[in-house]
Design a protein around this ligand. Sequence first.
Ligand code: BJ8
Length: 427
Amino acid sequence: MSGQDNKYEQMWRKLDLDLGAHDQLLGVLGQFYNDIYLSQQGRLKGMEYLDFVLGEVHGLRIQELTEAKARGRKVVGTFCVFVPEELVLAAEAVCVGLCAGAEAGYDQAEQHLPRNTCALIKSFFGFRLAKLCPYTSACDLIVGETTCDGKKKGYEIFGEFAPTYVMEVPQGKSAAAKALFKAEVLRFKNKLEALTGKTITADKLAAAIKLVNRRRRALQRLGALRAADPSPISGRDALLINQVAFYDDPERFSGAVEKLCEEMEDRVKAYQGIAPGGAKRILLSGCPMAVPNWKLPWLVEGSGAVIVGEESCIGARATRDLVNEEPGDLEGMIEALVERYMKIDCACFTPNDQRLDHIVEMARELRADGVLHYALQFCQPYTIEAQRVKTRLDAEGIPMLRLETDYSLADAEQLKTRVEAFVETLG
Ligand code: BJ8
């Protein structure tokens, strides 16, 4: 990631990026990455792959996407883990998660959205409107979803600036809700077939299910290894891996994570860890942290604690459940997709008791000393659900600190003080 390197300039120009602003963004991100990531001591050797991928986040991977497009493949962008990636792959398209983790293009975004909109929504508007994101520009279709009110109303406007399709996601888990979601999955399948001109067959879908499950299994294995004390990997690195999972080639990425897990297993056997023995163990819970939103992990680990898990869509909520690989027919596979995706415990659902159970489960399995509940300001689902999380964790005797923040660094000192005070009270 370098603001100086312009070997991709022509490609970015073709994608209609604002080259000056884009160069500035890469320069800032590169510095941020050096400070937060490359300054860590004792990182795993396998993280070099992640450093490389992130270094080429707007370079090599975009080149791969443009080459795939030249060969006739479509690129489909998503903002939510509810969108079944397996269908996108089975339609022979490339699926990329569109990140929205920086305060970029806010001025342009605020011309269309209220100022007090959640940072994630403002960020995906900003990246598009300020012409900063080559992923968004490369997309033939961007898939939104009716999860929170901010997103679903936002997509009505976003559709004026990018080819947008919205999937309806139910707000509960009744049989009627599942039927609605199944109808939406089928509608999405038709949309993809129309977009790509390819038929989604049972064979293609079975292969896509296996591929995406492989990535989930690799991330589950990595997540389970973090139960070791000392933890073999920092929370910052684990978050980065989960972030990169959304845009890297799934097969290549799974191979790299599987190798990394082998290295982690060796560390665990040797009782080696990234944090000093006795470091307080923190579980993060709440809103997703998209690239390059590394603020909180940086502050937490800067306070001497170590993050051992993320109960988040960029974390365990995205990887916990696999799609059943047994059905051999298309109908059975669609059912299996619906079953799996309806298990997601996003705070947009009501009631959402499964999420409370999962937080407790994760805290116990990962031997966390405390939970940091993280919500983006103006995110009603997570800021409100934080109260129920607190009540449940109090009942379980698990300490919790509730934080609301955004992407700005203006509150970093204040957050740091609160996190340090919380860590001191643990164990
Ligand atoms: S399944 S968590 S990825 S919706 S932070 S935009 S909820 S106001 S991101 Fe999410 Fe899908 Fe749910 Fe996961 Fe709205 Fe909240 Fe902003 Fe959010």
